[in-house]
Write a new protein. Structure first.
Length: 113
């Protein structure tokens, strides 16, 4: 474990973005600058269904998490709280929904020292 303690996800990732994935889902892409940083994030287990469920108030069984190693991206998909374009919609494109992910603590290990 690094003496500095965990980094926030926004300090480790190159980018974190969100967008709608059709009318009923949101998707988050978390990209990393290199394979090593991508592996640190994956190996930490910090990005998991329990954390995403707590942040977005969705059931864990409705959350999908994928890793795409060729692009060094972790993709998270959740159901939208309202239908895209519905009367209660505040973010039609879903591009402002990534903010809760920024503060996820990612424990560091000896590779990141």
């Amino acid at each position: 474990m690094d003496e500095r303690g965990p980094l926030r996800l926004d300090e480790l990732a190159s980018f974190i973005k969100s967008t709608n994935a059709g009318a009923t889902k949101l998707t988050f892409d978390i990209g990393f600058a290199d394979e090593e940083t991508f592996r640190v994030a994956l190996d930490s287990g910090a990005i998991n269904k329990a954390v995403v469920s707590a942040l977005y108030g969705v059931p864990q069984d409705a959350i999908e998490i994928y890793e795409y190693a060729p692009a060094q991206i972790i993709k998270v998909t959740i159901p939208r709280s309202v239908m895209s374009g519905g009367l209660a919609e505040r973010d039609f494109d879903g591009v402002q929904q990534f903010a809760p992910l920024l503060d996820i603590p990612v424990p560091l290990d000896e590779r990141t020292g």
